[in-house]
Design a protein around this ligand. Structure first.
Ligand code: A3P
Length: 325
């Protein structure tokens, strides 16, 4: 099959980009000041060229390992709830969160088979239907697309040290790195320098944060830790933000059910999510998206010096913003 001129152009362009070894044999490519594995870079370029959001879309944006899976489950449950929701037959029992809410650059625009399913996902059949789509693409790159219509964006972030430790564990689940494991010391350096997929983390967070401060009706910004501490409050807030508030005498009960159903304990115990099978299009097993689900787990892995190093970068990068970790 002939390649499109757009793909050929991107491939030429990408071969001249700065690249760095990440872990194993994986290289990361620097595109518009962010680092991408090649497949996700090409997919990101396709997203930029072809993805047209519509006003009813809800885009879940996040840096990897900050709670994307949890938010996928929460958003799906909030948006698609019905008054007498049967949680024994919930779509998240027979589907994984990543199957119900696919990511633009890691699923929908990646060159792979099953294109009819992708086309179906992206089709806007009824302008009143809500599509929920996810992305790790930084706001600096995707902002223009996101602002091309009145769609809503929900951004989740997480403490940088917990994000790194979650990523470090995640990477170890991949057989791709068996022969050349990602040493924690190296991981800390690369995270601090921003050379991790979709990094730098700090620039990623700050741009979505700024957009939220500028347009709170368009972007909802929340942290993993905030939801952990008060999940009911944030489920209510997200419902309000998305224009599907919890009202009436059943509102509180609905919120409680969603919080319980989407909890780490419940979701990680669903058969679909427990599977150690490898998806056809991803090098990590299905269960790798559920590890511990706790706040502060970095303390069990990072040495004092590593903590000081990350804290210093966090202070430097977030200094001057209203956002503190
Ligand atoms: P840990 O590795 O710290 O356990 P992402 O979905 O962005 O890849 O993030 C994965 C992290 O979110 C993992 O963190 C995972 O365990 C945690 N997680 C997944 N589902 C969760 C849930 N329902 N509630 C809380 N945390 C969850």
């Amino acid at each position: 099959m002939e390649k499109s001129p757009e793909l050929n152009n991107n491939q030429n362009l990408n071969s001249s980009l700065q690249r760095e070894k990440w872990c194993g044999h994986e290289l990361l490519y620097k595109f518009q000041n962010f680092w991408f594995p090649l497949a996700y870079l090409e997919a990101t370029q396709k997203v930029l060229a072809n993805f047209k959001p519509v006003p009813k879309d809800v885009i879940l944006a996040s840096f990897p390992k900050t709670g994307t899976t949890w938010l996928k489950a929460l958003l799906h449950s909030i948006i698609n709830r019905s008054p007498k929701q049967d949680y024994n037959n919930h779509p998240l029992i027979s589907n994984r969160p990543h199957d119900l809410i696919p990511s633009l650059e890691t699923k929908l625009y990646v060159d792979q088979e099953n294109d009819s399913k992708k086309t179906e996902f992206l089709a806007v059949k009824n302008p009143e239907d809500v599509r929920i789509l996810a992305t790790h693409i930084p706001y600096q790159i995707l902002g223009e697309v996101l602002n091309s219509c009145e769609c809503k964006v929900v951004y989740v972030t997480r403490n940088p040290k917990d994000t790194l430790i979650s990523l470090w564990h995640f990477v170890q689940k991949s057989h791709l790195f068996d022969e050349d494991p990602w040493e924690l010391e190296v991981a800390v350096d690369q995270f601090c320098n921003g050379v991790v997929p979709f990094g730098p983390y700090y620039d990623h967070v700050l741009a979505y944060r700024q957009e939220f401060l500028k347009r709170p009706q368009k972007v909802f910004f929340v942290t993993y830790e905030e939801i952990k501490e008060n999940p009911k409050h944030y489920v209510r807030k997200i419902g309000e933000f998305l224009g599907c508030p919890f009202e009436g005498e059943n509102g509180e009960e609905e919120i409680e059910e969603i919080v319980r159903f989407c909890s780490f304990e419940n979701l990680s115990n669903q058969e679909m999510n427990k599977s150690s099978e490898l998806p056809i299009d991803f090098p990590m097993p299905y269960n790798s998206f559920f590890r511990k689900g706790e706040v502060g787990d970095h303390i069990n892995y990072l040495e004092d010096e590593m903590i000081q190093k990350i804290d210093a970068v966090t202070k430097e990068k977030f200094h001057g913003s209203d956002f503190v970790y």
